[in-house]
Design a protein around this ligand. Structure first.
Ligand SMILES: [Zn+2]
Length: 435
């Protein structure tokens, strides 16, 4: 465990206020000094940041850590360690656990474990009891425990009137946001990949992009009707991106996130029937991928979130149509984003960090917990030190997650978290977890 006084030396600080060469001194869990050439006192541990970016810690607002209920695939402890290795200091775990996070007792126990983990694990609460889409969950009680994101993720809230009442109820809960897994269940029923040329050729039943855009259109109309706050989880189509762009131009309180797989991989990946490429919403054709990239580049899409969805080999390695959807993400997201968006000149590193740290922190209310905050004296020391030029090859055996279902196996990526600092403790130092 590396705690006490830590000096991050020789890096370039990059946060929402800009970029400057600076050392960062950390004492008692907080940033004590940010300036060039800070001297080393006795007892100070030095973390080298030469050639690195010192950023507010990354914040992933869409992960599945499988606890309670599916601990053979991931736990809060293992998921948080993997997330910390990916540069995250805070994550939001989705509520489709067993039992689901629709009740104050379950939520309290997960939050308590999440406070002790290698990154702060907070949770999204269910919109409806049992994620059944019928009766609202006790959102007020969950909000009292600190829950800010509400979603039935894994499933879409299909009933428009239930969704309307959720928006109205959330108006009384400061900072609350109604989030949606936007896929109309009737339109995607029985589908296993994007409905298009590849699904037709492979003979696999499809999930049309319209299942996403129709729900996003409806939910934006409900946000307009109620004045509520709406967030689109893992947005994957150009049509939905255009709807969000228009909603923002209109001044509605609408935000969206995209996952690395949806701005990088296409549905052609399913042509080998490898279940590692199966997910919901599914991988889309090139036109959608290009639209998601454009949405990230122009800020229509606020955040990059992984939808980290571990599945043990026993449950995932099945015929394509029987395998569960989802892929790993927390340890590779930063590198995929740098490789796909920064190295190609599409986005600056500052814009990628905005989408991976301070903007998602704000959407989830995690700025109030000291995440995504500017690197200045007095702020809590939740930081990550990134080598933006380090290249590495993804090896599923060397990832820290309990599961192995990465779609990036064998990819050569650029960019890696070297150190991750959580509340003043180096939970990752030189690329290794310290606990
Ligand atoms: Zn989802």
């Amino acid at each position: 465990m590396i705690t006490g006084t830590i000096l991050i030396r020789g890096g370039t600080v990059l946060d929402e206020t800009g970029e400057r060469r600076s050392d960062v001194l950390i004492k008692d869990g907080a940033i004590a000094e940010v300036s060039e050439g800070i001297g080393v006192q006795a007892g100070t541990q030095v973390l080298d940041a030469e050639g690195c970016i010192v950023s507010p810690g990354l914040v992933d607002i869409q992960v599945h850590f499988r606890e309670p209920g599916r601990e053979e695939s991931e736990t809060i402890e293992t998921g948080a360690r993997a997330a910390a290795l990916g540069g995250n200091t805070a994550v939001v775990a989705m509520p489709n656990t067993q039992p689901p996070l629709d009740d104050a007792k379950v939520v309290s126990s997960v939050l308590e474990q999440g406070r002790r983990a290698a990154c702060l694990v907070t949770v999204a609460g269910c919109i409806t009891k049992g994620r059944a889409g019928i009766e609202l969950a006790p959102m007020g009680e969950l909000h009292d425990l600190g829950v800010r994101i509400f979603t039935d993720d894994g499933d879409c809230v299909a009933d428009a009137n239930v969704m309307r009442r959720a928006f109205e109820y959330a108006l009384a809960l400061p900072g609350a946001v109604i989030s949606q897994h936007a896929e109309d269940p009737a339109l995607v029923a029985g589908g296993h990949m994007h409905e298009g040329a590849w699904s037709a050729r492979l003979g696999i039943p499809g999930r049309p992009g319209e299942a996403e855009s129709t729900i996003v259109a409806r939910d934006i109309a409900l946000a307009r009707l109620t004045g509520g706050r709406y967030h689109v989880l893992h947005m994957s189509t150009g049509a939905a991106t255009q709807l969000v762009r228009a909603a923002k131009a209109e001044g509605l309180r609408v935000t969206a996130e995209a996952s690395p797989q949806h701005f990088t991989l296409t549905d052609e990946k399913c042509s080998g029937f490898d279940p590692v490429f199966k997910m919901n919403p599914p991988l889309r054709p090139e036109s959608d991928v290009a639209a998601i990239v454009a949405g990230l580049a122009d800020g229509t899409i606020d955040a990059i979130a992984t939808d980290h969805a571990p599945h043990s080999p026993e449950t995932k390695e099945l015929p394509f149509e029987e395998a569960p959807p989802g892929m790993l993400g927390v340890e590779t997201a930063l590198a995929v984003a740098i490789t796909r968006l920064v190295e190609t000149g599409i986005m600056s590193l500052a814009d990628v960090l905005a989408a991976m740290s301070w903007r998602p922190a704000r959407i989830a209310g995690l700025d109030a917990h000291g995440h995504g905050m500017p690197v200045v004296a007095g702020n809590p020391a939740n930081l990550c030190v990134i080598d933006p030029f380090e290249t590495w090859v993804v090896d599923q055996q060397r990832l820290s997650s309990k599961s192995f279902n990465t779609p990036w196996e064998g990819w050569k990526l650029t960019g890696k978290a070297r150190h991750t600092i959580l509340r003043g403790e180096a939970v990752v130092a030189y690329g290794e977890a310290t606990r």
